[in-house]
Design a binder for this molecule. Structure first.
Ligand code: NOJ
Length: 543
């Protein structure tokens, strides 16, 4: 199954590469960068790209508000260019995963325009409409992007429900016609040859039939939304039957089409709920995103606990996955920033991601250590940033244009980009990184090539080891009779890791790779006391 062995690279299309000089990234731009991603001897070496939404959209939430599910927004190109992208990606062994945003549409989608036109319209029930109760919304549900989740429609004198902005009305998934129309649209893309989908807020599709109030004061957070316990507006049992039939639809196609769902949970880090979306028998999503690493402090024991609890929660047949950054989060380079220790930390993070059991999801730019940068108030684009400024200035900071070279606008575009360029793009870009043997980019390339040629890393089991010093994250990867030992020193100091004699067979151990350039690949590693330099990551092979 390709998606188990693959490394997925998320592209935020507006910010990857702009081919027509309008300051916004596009599909032709991505096509021109495919060689960077795979298919050439010096490519990065990723196996799949996940594209954040590229469908026609008023862009209130930058594509997460779709007004036509079966076309491409002109800002990104057209269907012909998309088909070319598919073909060119496949030529280079890159699979293409699309973003499926089917909890809600844009308020400009023809379905919603019809639905809101009158109470009697045949699409009225395609969305969630409710009468006011004593002049107020029917319950206490909040929108994740601020305020009450119910918007009053003056013309038809009812409220409609929107879990995000008011321009993103939620579809009524209890209506079988909605399911039929959406499944037809999914088949349209599958017929075209897309390899899989990332399902936006998959746990939001079904809401409580009785519209019961969510309990309050459950959790702390920035938004009023955060304090509610979302037991009635999310994670309702019926969503699982939708996903079971969605899985059947995917399975009816050849070529192993895959799905990965976004399941956000509070408190963060607990994988229990997310893993329920794999189904009872791996018969729902192929994977639900595991966001536990987003909340781990720079501490090997925190990461170890996150890995252990995911492994424990997965049922036989379920497949793990890991993520450190995405378009909604502060990039991990920022979360783990520590002066000159930052890049060494990024190498450890990369080795962790690329040596674990499970599918890694990388986020564009992380391979060159692209940094977040706050966007000035008058240049904020993200609706969340506009809503919560100055407490929170939004997600733009992790969506900045990719830095390709040191030319004006970093080779991303020939005109001013839609978001400001990273201030240090002259020093930190793909061209500079590619030329430096010890760059972060070259660490990623090396790790990706090791992973690609290692059945142990792609398919093997994982056994986490103890490190009494609390400084090293250590694990074995084991496949058939072969094993690798991974050691990650999280500290800026030399440490010694003592391998318990019961955990290792008496065999020759050689170094497959170290982040420390002083070491020689192939050098013999003497057990059981292994010395690591500061922030050294090692992959040791047992022969
Ligand atoms: C989750 C997406 O990742 C985010 O970017 C978007 O704003 C919301 N869902 C709404 O679709």
């Amino acid at each position: 199954m390709w998606w188990k062995e693959a490394v997925v690279y998320q592209i935020y299309p507006r910010s990857f590469a702009d081919s027509n000089g309008d300051g916004i990234g596009d599909l032709q731009g991505i096509i021109e960068k495919l060689d960077y991603l795979n298919g050439n001897p010096d490519s990065l070496g990723v196996d799949a790209i996940w594209l954040s939404p590229i469908y026609p959209s008023p862009m209130v939430d930058f594509g997460y508000d779709i007004s036509d599910y079966e076309d491409i927004d002109p800002v990104f190109g057209d269907l012909k260019t998309f088909k070319k992208l598919l073909k060119e990606a496949h030529k280079r062994n890159i699979k293409v995963i699309m973003d499926l945003v089917i909890n809600h549409t844009s308020d400009q989608h023809p379905w919603f325009i019809e639905s809101r036109s009158s109470k009697k319209n045949k699409k009225r029930d395609w969305y969630i409409w409710e009468d006011a109760i004593d002049g107020k919304p029917p319950n206490n549900w909040m929108g994740a992007f601020g305020g009450n989740a119910w918007e009053w429609d003056e013309k038809t004198k009812q409220y409609y429900y929107h879990g995000f902005t008011k321009e993103q009305p939620d579809l009524n998934w209890r209506n079988p016609e909605v399911k039929k129309a959406i499944f037809k649209m999914i088949s349209y893309w599958l017929d075209m040859g897309v390899d899989g989908f990332r399902l936006d807020v998959v746990n939001y599709y079904i809401k409580d039939k009785k519209l019961r109030d969510n309990p309050k004061d459950y959790f702390k957070g920035l938004r009023p939304y955060d304090i509610q316990h979302h037991i009635y507006d999310r994670d309702r049992p019926k969503v699982h039957s939708i996903l079971k039939s969605f899985r059947k639809l995917l399975n009816s196609y050849d070529g192993d089409r895959m799905s990965v769902g976004e399941v956000f949970i509070e408190p963060p880090g607990n994988p229990k709920l997310a893993t329920s979306y794999y189904g009872d028998n791996s018969d729902e999503l192929h994977m639900a995103f595991n966001f536990a690493f987003l909340y781990c402090k720079w501490d090997p024991n925190k990461f170890k606990a996150a890995i252990a609890s995911l492994e424990q929660e997965l049922k036989p047949g379920d497949w793990p996955n890991y993520t450190l950054s995405n378009h909604d989060q502060i990039r991990h380079i920022k979360r783990y920033e520590k002066g000159i220790e930052t890049i060494p930390r990024m190498r450890i993070a990369a080795m962790l991601m690329l040596t674990l059991r499970g599918t890694p999801f990388l986020y564009y730019g992380e391979e060159i250590g692209m940094e977040d940068q706050s966007v000035p108030k008058d240049e904020i684009q993200d609706p969340l940033g506009k809503m919560y400024w100055p407490i929170f200035n939004g997600r733009d900071k992790s969506r900045l244009p990719m830095c390709w070279n040191a030319s004006e606008y970093a080779g991303f575009s020939t005109s001013k980009p839609w978001l400001p360029m990273n201030k240090n793009y002259k020093k930190n870009n793909v061209e500079v990184e590619a030329a430096k043997p010890d760059s972060l980019l070259n660490t990623y390339k090396k790790l990706l090539s090791i992973r690609r040629s290692s059945e142990i890393l792609q398919k093997g089991d994982i056994r986490l080891l103890d490190d009494p010093s609390g400084k090293v994250l250590a694990y074995f990867r084991i496949y058939k009779k072969n094993r690798l030992l991974i050691l990650l020193n999280f500290k800026n100091e030399k440490v010694q890791f003592d391998l318990d004699k019961h955990t290792h067979p008496k065999t020759k151990t050689i170094l497959l790779y170290s982040t420390d350039m002083q070491r020689l690949e192939g050098e013999t590693i003497k057990l059981p006391h292994i010395r690591l330099s500061s922030y050294e990551g090692m992959i040791i092979k047992f022969e």
